[in-house]
Structure formats: structure tokens, C-alpha cells
Unconditional design. Structure first.
Length: 75
């Protein structure tokens, strides 16, 4: 039996892959994804590209990053 924790869901695995191994960034992006899905019914992984890492590095709050993203893509 492996001691390696498995992601809770397939989307988490995609988010961790997108985050390139940065768990803090993956945690932040998962929160953004949850907010976006609640607002639009879609994952940020299913929508247009955005500068998520820049928003994270700039200490932008997940809700603010999601709001700005949705405004930029016209949703």
C-alpha cells in the first residue's frame, strides 16, 4: 500500500499538474476553480487561458482573480 496521498478528485489532479508541483499555487487555484464553477457552472480549466500564476504571485485573492477573469472573458 502506498503512503502517497491521492487527489480527492480528477480535477484536483489536473489543477496540480497545471500548477507544476506548487502546492500553494494548486490550493489557491482550486479555490478559484470552486468559485468560478459556483458562478458559471464551469471549471477554469474548461475556459479560456488566463494569467493565474501572475494573479497568485501578486497575492490576488481567489474571488477577485475569478471576478477579473470572468469580466475579461465577458461572463
Amino acid at each position: 500500500m502506498s503512503n502517497v496521498a491521492k487527489p480527492l478528485n480528477p480535477r484536483r489532479a489536473q489543477i496540480e499538474e497545471y500548477a507544476g508541483g506548487s502546492i500553494p499555487f494548486a490550493d489557491w487555484l482550486q479555490r478559484v476553480d470552486e468559485i468560478c464553477e459556483r458562478r458559471t457552472g464551469m471549471s477554469v480549466l474548461d475556459l479560456e487561458d488566463f494569467r493565474w500564476r501572475d494573479a497568485f504571485d501578486d497575492d490576488e485573492r481567489p474571488a477577485a482573480a475569478c471576478r477579473r477573469f470572468l469580466e475579461e472573458i465577458g461572463l
